[in-house]
Design a protein around this ligand. Structure first.
Ligand code: NAI
Ligand code: 15L
Length: 265
């Protein structure tokens, strides 16, 4: 493809992935609300507040595909979540509708279902159980994307990412971890499959203790290769194992379940 847009490119996941996208498109348009640093030869940068409709229109113009990582990524004040994750997503989908409906990967989250217990194995059809306003905003994003698919045929991969980082940091992440390599392989499948639709895809590696069933998206040809189990001994040595009655050992959303509703200023 000619041009791939990556939002949230200055964030943790965006920074880790941006250099790996070179093979996917001639030009990777990277974007964030904060500075993006030095550009590689295949990159172009555009600063953009997702809450600003005109900026998002300019951002999406001429893009053939979008990896949407931008937004508030943890529990926060509703006003911040509303601007980036609610208004921002509406702006992105309206801009896409007016610019040829490029295929979108939406970074949803396991916090859409955070109140399920860790002894439950989930498929893509389980009722949502968000564990905070951040999780609710991702449920909104999934519903918005689904509506644009049904109404207009806009394709989106709703990737409920578990914990995508270099390595798992605690016992819960032995189930939720997705390696950067596996995420890249998923991205390639999402943008190469002839017909995507609007599937939920659970974003975790091939972890022994995973909680999520991806059999409904076998048509993508995505076969995650990493397994968090190889970090178990390291985590056992470095992190105290939570007691069985602690929230982080009960709920899939882990510590997010204990977050308060943050007050506005
Ligand atoms: P992050 O917080 O490090 O990066 C998000 C980026 O979005 C930041 O660089 C931030 O400046 C930008 N942003 C925030 N508000 C914005 C606005 N109004 N306009 C434009 N840009 C704005 O988060 P991370 O970890 O890189 O996650 C990326 C995406 O993946 C997020 O949408 C997050 O919800 C989702 N996700 C990540 C997981 C992970 O394990 N890293 C797990 C589940 C979901
Ligand atoms: C998320 O949705 C967050 O964006 C990320 O920072 C991680 O905390 C992840 O979920 C997780 O549940 O580990």
């Amino acid at each position: 493809m000619k041009r791939l847009l990556l939002t949230g490119a200055a964030g943790g996941l965006g920074s880790a992935m941006r250099g790996r996208l070179k093979g996917l498109a001639e030009i990777v348009r990277i974007s964030d609300i904060v500075e993006l640093g030095n550009l590689a030869g295949h990159e172009e940068a555009m600063l953009c507040d997702l809450g600003d409709r005109a900026s998002v229109d300019r951002l999406v113009k001429d893009c053939d595909a979008i990896i949407h990582l931008g937004g508030i990524s943890v529990e926060d004040k509703f006003s911040k979540i509303m601007n980036a994750n609610l208004l921002g997503l509406y702006n992105l989908y309206e801009a896409a509708r007016e610019n040829g409906m490029p295929r979108i990967l939406f970074a949803s989250s396991n916090h859409t279902i955070g109140y399920y217990r860790q002894d439950e194995y989930l498929d893509q059809d389980v009722p949502l159980k968000p564990d905070g306003l951040y999780g609710v905003s991702k449920c909104f994003g999934e519903a918005l994307a689904r509506m644009y698919f049904e109404k207009f045929g806009q394709e989106t991969a709703l990737v409920r990412i578990g914990s995508c980082m270099e390595k798992p940091k605690n016992h819960r992440m032995l189930a939720t971890w997705m390696s950067h390599d596996d995420f890249l392989a998923m991205i390639e499948c999402i943008f190469r499959v002839p017909r995507l639709g609007c599937p939920v895809i659970w974003g975790c590696s091939n972890n022994d203790t995973r909680w999520w069933d991806n059999s409904h998206v076998s048509y993508l040809g995505w076969h995650p290769k990493d397994n968090a189990e190889r970090f178990r001994a390291e985590i056992d040595a470095a992190v105290p194992r939570p007691k069985p009655d602690e929230v982080v050992a009960i709920y899939q959303g882990g510590p997010f379940v204990s977050d308060p509703i943050f007050a506005e200023d």
